[in-house]
Design a protein around this ligand. Structure first.
Ligand SMILES: Nc1ncnc2c1ncn2[C@@H]1O[C@H](COP(=O)(O)OP(=O)(O)OP(=O)(O)O)[C@@H](O)[C@H]1O
Ligand SMILES: [Mg+2]
Length: 236
């Protein structure tokens, strides 16, 4: 579905990705783990056309997308839920969800169907649909960011650090929702996480990044029991 082949990405002179290759299959949840500054978000931004790789290619459903601008990548159905949620704070929950459907020309009925889907997944958002997004709790903002991403009927969803700053019980809820979206809506998902344990638990496959490179990859269950991974990312 998504095939990233040997990309190098730079910010000016600084090289943030080096020879990165990642493959994502049709129905998978794939985890990208690694410590601060490893290049995880840069990989997401490279897929989204927010930065363009200087070398290598990114193919989505057999089509090269690495030189497209972000708007066109979104139109292909690749949706990025950025680190820090980035909801529109001054807009209501409902308006944020409507913005998520902006790239689609839905009829009123279709839009209502999408809103029902979002509220079914996150009943709490329905209760708060008139509330300004900026006044939601961190967990609620993360729910809204995911729901907003789902409004455009994505073919691939990428979540950057969905658990960041959330209380443990909310983190569990968040990961349960990600699994539900994958299984019930049949949407492949890339989860970027510093919470390596959770990410490895819910994913089928994982890529470990360090200093701009993929240093390890494989079956998530195997990685979770690898002594090296345990020592470096799972607190021993
Ligand atoms: N806009 C930018 N301009 C210059 N350098 C950048 C920019 N964004 C990121 N970098 C650098 O690229 C490297 C990779 O950053 P990136 O944000 O991809 O890491 P990350 O793995 O997502 O880290 P974190 O877990 O902290 O979010 C870092 O050294 C960072 O300082
Ligand atoms: Mg990041």
């Amino acid at each position: 579905m998504l095939s990233i082949k040997s990309i190098d990405t730079y910010y000016g002179e600084v090289q943030a990705l080096m020879d990165v290759s990642v493959e994502i299959g049709e129905k998978e949840i794939v985890a990208i783990i690694g410590s601060n500054g490893a290049g995880k978000s840069t990989l997401m931004k490279s897929i989204m056309g927010l930065v363009h790789p200087a070398k290598g290619t990114i193919e989505f459903k057999g089509e090269v997308i690495s030189s497209l601008n972000t708007w066109d990548v979104v139109k292909k159905g690749v949706i990025y839920i950025p680190e820090g949620r980035e909801v529109f704070p001054e807009l209501s929950v409902l308006e944020n969800l409507e913005m998520g459907a902006y790239s689609k020309k839905y009829s009123a009925k279709e839009l209502k169907g999408k809103l029902d889907m979002a509220y079914d997944l996150f009943p709490r958002l329905k209760e708060r649909q008139k509330q300004k997004a900026g006044s939601l709790s961190g967990g609620e903002q993360q729910m809204l960011a995911i729901a907003r991403g789902l409004m455009s009927d994505p073919k691939l969803l990428m979540c950057d650090e969905p658990s960041l700053g959330l209380a443990p019980v909310i983190v569990d809820e968040m990961f349960d929702t990600i699994v539900r979206v994958n299984q019930e809506m049949k949407i492949p998902i890339i989860v970027v996480e510093q919470n390596a344990y959770m990410a490895l638990t819910i994913s089928q496959k994982a890529f470990v990044m360090e200093n701009g490179r993929v240093v390890q990859s494989g079956d998530s269950q195997e990685l979770i029991s690898s002594p090296e991974i345990k020592k470096a990312y799972l607190g021993g």
